[in-house]
Design a protein around this ligand. Structure first.
Ligand SMILES: [Zn+2]
Length: 149
């Protein structure tokens, strides 16, 4: 019996560009940038100067293909508040405004964290969970709005 088509979860591969082995972050953080990606254990290359952001044995997502900054890569792109799922401050504010001040993005991130899809320690340059920053961004917006009413 051949096992050539089975994937062994947790098997870490070296980056095809720089050869360093990056952490496995899964498909969830890749999807905001490339909605059509295959559901595989994607890895994040953390090497400064390497153009690869996410990679698999099947292919790579490079700095040109991401919509926001990821980790220390693609620093010329918008800086997200949530690095795992590429939510910017503008996204957060627009979402909260559209939902009567309730952030559905924050709820989604909480759920993703609970389900283990968050990879802040690898993708956020601060290595901290983004929920505190999201809270701060929303509070700041709420305070600004109260002031204008
Ligand atoms: Zn690399």
């Amino acid at each position: 019996m051949s096992s050539c088509c089975s994937i062994s979860p947790g098997r870490a591969l070296p980056c095809p560009s720089c050869g360093e082995i990056g952490p496995v972050v899964g498909v969830a953080p890749v999807r905001p940038h490339r909605p059509d990606v295959v559901d595989r254990p994607w890895q994040h290359c953390q090497t400064a100067g390497c153009p690869v952001v996410y990679y698999l044995d099947l292919g790579v997502v490079d700095a040109d293909a991401v919509v926001t900054q990821v980790g220390s890569k693609a620093t010329d792109r918008p800086t997200p508040v949530c690095f795992c799922f590429a939510h910017t401050a503008d996204d957060l504010v627009a979402d909260a405004d559209a939902n009567g001040g309730v952030s559905t993005i924050k709820a989604e991130i909480r759920q993703a964290v609970a389900d283990g899809y968050c990879a802040c320690e690898h993708l956020n340059p601060s290595t901290k969970c983004c929920l505190a920053d999201i809270h701060r961004t929303l509070n700041l917006n709420a305070a600004t709005r109260v002031g204008t009413r």
